[in-house]
Design a protein around this ligand. Structure first.
Ligand code: 13P
Ligand code: SF4
Length: 303
């Protein structure tokens, strides 16, 4: 990215009252020009704190939707409106209704990687960094965890006193990381610690030294005395890992650690969205109000 592009972006941000929020999985060049970069919990919270009228989101649809749900008076612009998380659609409102009928006291816990419609039918949202805290704080014993099965099982293993019902959603990026690949990476780098995202399969989590959200992986690597790490999450985190830890080494396990949707966002698209302030996130007000409840409850319980 040339200096003049960076200057142009800064000028447009000031003129048009825009703040840029980006997820750690977008390209490093895009992270470089964002005002705030973070994991999905940080970004949802940050969206409620910024003072600018326009929020330009560099991430997938559910992130922009959450920002709009929590801030209806703000204008939320997506850098690429086709960037969508397939897992966000892997839950079904009919199945939620069925489970509610079978378990009258169930809490429907919805991973924030979900559509506004699924959120609207849920009791509380969670992200990977607050799921344990939020689920522990719920009075309900029965928990229906949607859409991600792996994160659901990870939470269930930590909270054995509750009864979990699972849903068959998954992240194709994290479930493409195989135990054998991690073992090979460990053979190549015997001193490296394995850091994994809880969207990975249990077989990968079992052989990991640390499990956490993208920001938790970043802070663990920064605080650790170890010098080498095998990273089991999307490749975008390498930008911040290497920036913050120039004397440490980070290794990937395979070529599939790449989210094609997050990578749709380019500097060119950010510039275009800044010039036009389009496309914006629009939502039916009834749906927004229903989806806001579980998101606000998450922000409250995760404090
Ligand atoms: P976190 O940002 O909460 O770690 O989630 C990762 C993810 O897959 C976002 O799409
Ligand atoms: Fe969705 Fe997985 Fe991409 Fe995250 S990494 S946006 S969960 S497909």
């Amino acid at each position: 990215m040339g200096d003049n592009v960076k200057e142009e972006i800064e000028k447009l941000k000031r003129e048009k009252d825009v703040v840029i929020l980006a997820h750690y999985y977008v390209d490093g060049q895009v992270q470089k020009l964002a005002d705030f970069v973070g994991d999905s919990y940080f970004l949802a919270k940050k969206a409620t704190e910024v003072i600018e009228h326009n929020i330009l989101f560099c991430g997938v649809s559910f992130m922009g939707e959450s920002a709009k749900i929590l801030n209806p008076d703000k204008c939320v612009v997506m850098a690429d409106e086709t960037a969508d998380c397939p897992m966000a659609h892997m839950a079904d409102v009919d199945r939620i209704a069925e489970v509610r009928q079978k378990y009258p006291d169930v809490a429907v816990v919805c991973y924030v990687n979900s559509t506004a419609e699924i959120k609207a039918y849920s009791d509380v949202c969670v992200t990977s960094s607050n799921a344990l805290r939020v689920v522990r704080a719920l009075p309900n014993r029965d928990i229906f965890f949607v859409p991600d099965e792996n994160l659901g099982h990870y939470v269930a293993r930590h909270i054995p006193e509750k009864n979990f019902i699972f849903n068959h959603g998954f992240c194709h990026v994290h479930t493409s990381i195989y135990k054998e690949e991690v073992i090979h990476a460990k053979e190549r780098h015997p001193y490296a610690l394995v850091l994994a995202h809880p969207e990975c399969k249990e077989e990968v989590l079992e052989i990991s030294d640390f499990i956490g959200s993208t920001s938790e992986i970043l802070s663990f690597a920064q605080l650790s005395e170890a010098k080498e790490f095998i990273i089991c999450t999307e490749i975008g985190v390498f930008y911040e890992l290497e920036l913050k830890n120039p004397n440490k080494k980070f290794y990937s396990v395979g070529h599939r650690q790449f989210c094609p949707n997050m990578k749709k966002i380019s500097v060119k698209k950010v510039l275009h969205a800044l010039e036009t302030l389009e496309p914006t996130v629009e939502m039916n007000e009834k749906l927004r109000v229903k989806a806001a409840r579980p998101l606000s409850r998450m922000l409250e319980l995760a404090k």
